[in-house]
Design a protein around this ligand. Structure first.
Ligand SMILES: Cc1cc2nc3c(=O)[nH]c(=O)nc-3n(C[C@H](O)[C@H](O)[C@H](O)COP(=O)(O)OP(=O)(O)OC[C@H]3O[C@@H](n4cnc5c(N)ncnc54)[C@H](O)[C@@H]3O)c2cc1C
Length: 374
């Protein structure tokens, strides 16, 4: 019997994880990536227990567990460092990590043979009939397979059309950076400091490095790119000492700007033989650090289903298994913004007070549910 085939549109975290997982399920896969080479964008990211468990399922967690800094927990604090919520400890028997984006990408890429990877392969169109699904590249070449996986990120026009969830600006953005030579004394607890309209998060990235992200309200996309490092330092005067230290150690050239866009929680995940995963399906606000983690879960669960189902049953089974969790995390990620950025009738300051009164056991159990360690 011939091996089933899959074309994966996009070679980000979702697409590369899907390639590893589908190959393990017996598929012959081709990743079609528009860029001329695989290059990780951004600095670092949190990979929580749910994604570590999924990566372990496909034997792809080893390098992250060996080389990345461990996240021991996460806490939300006021600007001066008074506790609002947490620390919510991670499960030490599983582990959560803060790999650089390049470490995660190379850990995934090294599990995929070169013949399964194509660069300079921008997918223009997709189509399907009862027998097959196909993609047409920018140069007019058409490729066919049993399945097409849309893993081409938040701006995927194909996923937006099928899922009817156009991305929109979330009203905030900022800068992030990876800083070297900060010493090895970090306790492993990631911290976010919150005030009205702005916040900063700091995580240990291992080897004396720190990863930080600053976010504030912005009226229009990319407005915050007008801010300089000195502006941020100025805004953070009087905040907790850890913040001044990490900002002082930052070189302007390390700053990476971003503007947050997200999609509404999807009601479906594809059509027929075409399945959307990762940000293409459910780009979310970064407030729970779960966008990539959910993309990894998607890829591993999809491959598991694809190994055991008739082709026509793959999408309905995937939707049945995934939609509820995806919708829950997308909504939670969006609602968490209200403690800093005014989007609800209740003022952020009042929400922070309410949040600080939630018993730790309850908030820890909510985080455990998000990270699937209940
Ligand atoms: C500031 C910020 C912080 C974040 N922090 C975290 C975190 O700590 N933890 C976490 O889990 N998540 C985090 N996320 C979310 C995470 O970055 C994303 O969810 C994740 O990277 C999505 O991966 P993806 O593969 O679905 O999409 P992408 O990374 O966007 O990859 C899509 C790929 O498809 C390619 N492509 C696009 N169109 C085409 C086409 N037509 N043809 C061929 N190729 C194409 C692109 O070049 C790209 O390589 C954060 C996001 C932001 C903005």
């Amino acid at each position: 019997m011939r091996a089933r085939t899959a074309l994966i549109v996009g070679g980000g975290i979702a697409g590369l994880t899907a390639a590893i997982a589908l190959r393990r399920s017996g598929y012959s896969v081709t990743v079609l990536e528009q860029a001329d080479r695989f290059e990780a964008m951004g600095a670092a990211l949190s990979i929580w227990e749910n994604a570590i468990l999924a990566l372990r399922d496909i034997q792809a967690a080893d390098r992250i567990e060996a080389e990345a800094a461990q996240i021991k927990g996460f806490a939300a604090l006021t600007s001066t460092g008074k506790p609002i919520s947490g620390p919510h400890l991670t499960r030490q028997d599983i582990g959560a990590y803060l790999p650089t984006r390049s470490l995660l990408q190379s850990a995934l890429l090294e599990q995929i043979p070169d013949e399964s990877l194509r660069n300079n392969a921008l997918v223009r169109d997709i189509a399907q009939d009862d027998e097959t699904a196909s993609v047409t590249l920018q140069d007019g070449e058409t490729l066919s397979a049993d399945l097409v996986i849309l893993a081409n990120g938040i701006w995927s026009p194909q996923a937006t059309e099928i899922l009817a969830n156009t991305p929109s600006h979330a009203g905030y953005g900022g800068y992030l950076a990876l800083v070297k030579d900060m010493g090895d004394t970090h306790d492993g607890i990631g911290r976010e400091y919150w005030e009205d309209g702005q916040r900063i998060g700091i995580f240990d990235a291992g080897q004396g490095r720190r990863y930080w992200f600053y976010m504030c309200d912005e009226a229009a996309p990319h407005d915050n790119t007008k801010l300089s490092l000195d502006d941020i330092k100025h805004r953070m005067e009087g905040w907790a000492p850890e913040i001044g230290t990490v900002l002082s150690g930052t070189d302007d050239k390390a700053l990476i700007p971003f503007s947050i866009h997200a999609k509404k929680a999807p009601r479906k995940l594809g059509k027929g033989r075409i399945v959307a995963i990762g940000d293409a399906a459910h780009a979310m606000e970064p407030n729970l650090g779960q966008g990539a983690c959910l993309s990894i879960e998607d890829a591993v669960e999809l491959a598991d289903i694809a190994a055991n189902c008739d082709i026509q049953d793959i999408l309905p089974t995937f939707e049945k298994q995934r939609l509820r969790r995806i919708r829950d995390i997308v909504k939670r990620s969006a609602s968490t913004r209200a403690t800093v950025h005014k989007t609800w009738p209740l003022p952020p300051a009042l929400l922070r007070v309410i949040m600080s009164r939630i018993p730790h056991s309850i908030s820890q159990s909510i985080m455990n549910k998000v990270r699937r360690v209940t």
